[in-house]
Design a protein. Structure first.
Length: 121
């Protein structure tokens, strides 16, 4: 699949957040740097809940906009960073900004208590 193909779209019918999209290239970055591919259910849950319930977050690089939500049960934040002019997500991570040990890959901590596992058949 081409790197510029959009694979995830986040849309807010209330208009509180801009509609965002993620390319294959960005997903590969998040998978390599923040290990999203090892925990896809919690990655997607954290991404959706952060987008839907988060607020503005300014501790991001120049020219970018951030959204942050913190799971109050675990105190683990989820962060989405995007380009406002293009509405493209440039990265996402779960955990504190200075988390050198986990490198922002605490997807389970961000999503804890939000998805109920179904019993095995």
């Amino acid at each position: 699949m081409p790197y510029d193909t959009y694979i995830i779209g986040l849309f807010d019918p209330t208009g509180n957040q801009p509609d965002l999209r993620m390319t294959c290239e960005v997903y590969d970055h998040i998978s390599d740097r923040h290990l999203a591919h090892t925990d896809p259910e919690n990655f997607l849950t954290c991404l959706m809940v952060t987008y839907g319930n988060g607020g503005p977050y300014s501790q991001v690089g120049d020219g970018y906009t951030g959204i942050r939500w913190t799971n109050l049960s675990t105190n683990v934040p989820g962060t989405i960073v995007y380009s406002l002019p293009t509405s493209e997500i440039v990265t996402a991570y779960a955990g504190p900004d200075d988390d050198e040990d986990e490198h922002g890959n605490n997807w389970g901590g961000c999503a804890s208590g939000l998805v109920q596992d179904l019993p095995e058949p």
